[in-house]
Design a protein. Structure first.
Length: 466
């Protein structure tokens, strides 16, 4: 089974890393009893066009070969895979039952990108018909009861929920026993936002087609449990194009694939031939398990915070100056909110500085951290600083196609504009935030809550001590 991990929205770090809380010395705002009125006529929901995000980063072909092998012959659990397996093309994808227009459009956009950018012969079949990959939707409570850690997941060989439940303990769902891929089922909650459903489509269809592993050190990929990237990147498309290259075959061993990769990558990615390796080592399993304990809502808050500190310390001890240290600092900052303001802001600041240095300020990693810093700036009355951070990161967030992050940035911008007396502009931005929030959050009550949380960030004169 391959799952997409998630955390509840109230404490989200991965899928929805935008829950706001003041991390200054001021008391945390009480928002549970507050309501924020929405306009009588809601703006239409906004969504993104099917465009590839960003320009992508340069990768040497030596690094691409290393990453391809680690993605393709390992699973998230650490289990090794004995052979390469994939579908024989053409590949068909179908919904089990009719879906809403947005979900249908997001699937169509994704398959179009995979055909164009990864070169895979993939198409959508008629709803309810037999397909290589079938997408099933069930209430979240049913999925969580069976697989508590999963937001959504993909399994091989079976078709539908009944077959999945029967096959859970008989070894049929073991990817390592496959000799080729013929059929897979994807399970997605029916009661989540359009963005969450789209993100599940990108993650699970990609893993149904190709690599089953996630690697925390990858900076620009959805094959990373940090979930900083919400949609398939150029790196991901190159990995998929390589996976379905004619020079590779079902059943090839890792050694055989390793021998074939240099010629494949030279042909598919000539720009990577002259680039030096980044020299980044593989991640020890102990660090992965430590970080996952910090992210697990099954652990106590104190234990999660302790393990986040351990993950940061281990990253530093190993001398890492890459995504692993940046993300561990981000997690430590998020878990410190409302508990240790000094640690929270220090962790976010260090994460921001690291991401800015290695990836640049126009980067989705930097934007995730900058959101927390802009919330902090607003909460301490540094309105101009908050507005500067928001405006600097909006283009990156739009390019990364993250409506949840975008809506929250716009909510902060509206509050900042109000504080500066620019009320008409604030009203316009707030409407825009609601339009994006309808895609990112969907539920109107959730949107009201986010608006209230953002409004509550602003310090009142009674709270401020001069």
């Amino acid at each position: 089974m391959v799952i997409r991990r998630t955390l509840p929205r109230s404490t989200a770090v991965l899928l929805l890393p935008v829950v706001l809380a003041a991390c200054a010395a001021l008391p945390a705002p009480e928002v549970s009893s507050r309501t924020v009125p929405l306009p009588q006529v809601l703006p239409a929901m906004k969504s993104f066009p099917p465009a590839p995000p960003g320009k992508g980063r340069p990768h040497s072909n030596a690094d691409l070969a290393r990453d391809f092998l680690e993605l393709s012959f390992n699973m998230e659990s650490g289990k090794r895979l004995p052979r390469l397996t994939r579908f024989e093309t053409p590949v068909t994808v179908a919904f089990d039952r009719p879906q809403n227009a947005q979900f249908q459009a997001d699937l169509s956009d994704l398959l179009g990108r995979v055909r164009k950018e990864a070169g895979i012969d993939i198409r959508q079949g008629a709803t309810g018909t037999t397909a290589n990959i079938t997408i099933f939707t069930l209430p979240r409570r049913i999925l969580r009861a069976a697989v508590p850690k999963a937001a959504c997941f993909v399994v091989p060989r079976v078709h539908g929920w009944r077959e999945f439940k029967r096959a859970r303990r008989n070894g049929q769902l073991d990817w390592s026993t496959l000799k080729r891929r013929e059929r897979a089922s994807i399970f997605i909650p029916s009661d989540i936002s359009p963005q969450e459903a789209r993100d599940c489509l990108h993650e699970e269809i990609t893993q149904a087609l190709g690599p089953l592993n996630d690697i925390y050190r990858l900076p620009d990929s959805i094959y990373n449990d940090d979930n900083m990237n919400a949609v398939l990147t150029r790196f991901d498309m190159l990995i998929l194009r390589t996976y379905y290259d004619p020079a590779l075959k079902n059943g090839m061993s890792e050694a055989a694939v390793r021998r074939a990769l240099p010629a494949i990558l030279k042909r598919l990615h000539p720009a990577g031939e002259g680039l030096a390796s980044d020299g980044i080592s593989r991640t020890p399993r102990l660090w992965v398990e430590t970080l996952e304990t910090a992210l697990s809502t099954r652990s106590s808050p104190a234990k999660r915070l302790l393990y986040a500190r351990k993950a940061v310390a281990m990253a530093k001890k190993n001398g890492w100056q890459d995504n692993r240290l940046g993300f561990a600092l981000f997690v430590l900052g998020r878990l410190s909110l409302g508990r240790d303001s000094k640690t929270a802001i220090a962790s976010f600041s260090r994460s921001y500085a690291l991401y800015s240095r290695i990836y640049g300020k126009a980067d989705i990693h930097t934007a995730h951290v900058a959101l927390q810093l802009s919330a902090f700036a607003l909460s301490t009355g540094h309105v101009a600083d908050a507005l500067k951070l928001v405006n600097a990161n909006l283009p990156t967030v739009i390019d990364a196609q993250n409506a949840t992050l975008l809506a929250t940035y716009l909510m902060i911008k509206a509050e900042a504009l109000d504080d500066l007396g620019r009320h008409r502009a604030a009203a316009t931005v707030r409407l825009d935030s609601i339009a994006w929030a309808r895609y990112g959050f969907a539920d109107l009550q959730e949107i009201r809550k986010r608006l209230a949380e953002t409004t509550a960030l602003k310090p009142s004169l009674k709270k401020l001590r001069f």
